[in-house]
Design a protein. Structure first.
Length: 219
């Protein structure tokens, strides 16, 4: 009986592992239970006429794959919490859960923290670099006014969420996609938070713009 029980438990564990369920990951020294991991969600997809290439997800550390984790917070469901040091973005779900995404963050000197809300969101956005960036990188100056049109090489990727402060002013801070999947988990951007394109599409589908969609960026 003990052997049969052990065999059944082993088979169940193998089934869950194959489905990407019931795993455990280390986060900042504490253990976070993962109830579902979406490693198989990074294949090529066609979206609004654009074909996003598959991401070689095996080259991205497992902890940065999209997953549903146990997450204790007093913030209400629908809140977005950006943990800059850990390179994670959490979308709070009911019942002590959250969707966790791996992110790339701003380089030292170009990061931002504080509270904001998602004022609006856009599919396949046009990129307008700030004038300060054009001073540092003259090659992007031509996009300051007219912008770079949407496409696979656009730095904002497939989706962008635009953050405004409590006074209704644009923070110039974005949550957006990126074609540079290998930048996830690193501090490489000019201040904004980047997600893999397949992840920003998922986050975008969950977010309703408005002052009720709170965003907390922690340093």
């Amino acid at each position: 009986m003990r052997f049969r029980t052990a065999l059944t438990a082993f088979a169940l564990a193998a089934t869950l592992a194959a489905a990407g369920c019931s795993t455990t990951s280390e986060t900042g020294g504490s253990t976070t239970e993962t109830s579902q991991i979406f490693t198989n969600s990074y294949g090529s997809i066609t979206d609004s006429g654009y074909t996003l290439p598959a991401i070689p997800i095996s080259k991205v550390p497992d902890r940065f794959h999209r997953q549903i984790v146990s997450y204790s917070t007093s913030e209400k469901p629908g809140t977005i919490i950006v943990d800059t040091p850990s390179r994670f973005l959490y979308y709070v779900l009911p019942g002590g859960k959250a969707v966790r995404y791996g992110i790339g963050v701003g380089k030292q000197g170009f990061s931002w923290s504080g509270n904001a809300y998602v004022a609006w969101k856009q599919e396949w956005p046009t990129w307008h670099p700030p004038k300060e960036m054009a001073v540092r990188k003259p090659e992007v100056a031509k996009y300051v006014e007219d912008g770079m049109g949407p496409g696979l090489r656009n730095p904002l990727g497939a989706r962008a969420l635009y953050l405004f402060n409590d006074q209704g002013q644009d923070t110039l801070f974005r949550l957006h996609g990126t074609p540079e999947w290998n930048s996830i988990g690193k501090a490489v951007s000019s201040g904004c938070i980047r997600l893999m394109n397949q992840d920003i599409i998922d986050l975008y589908s969950r977010v309703t713009p408005g002052r009720n969609t709170k965003v907390i960026v922690k340093q």
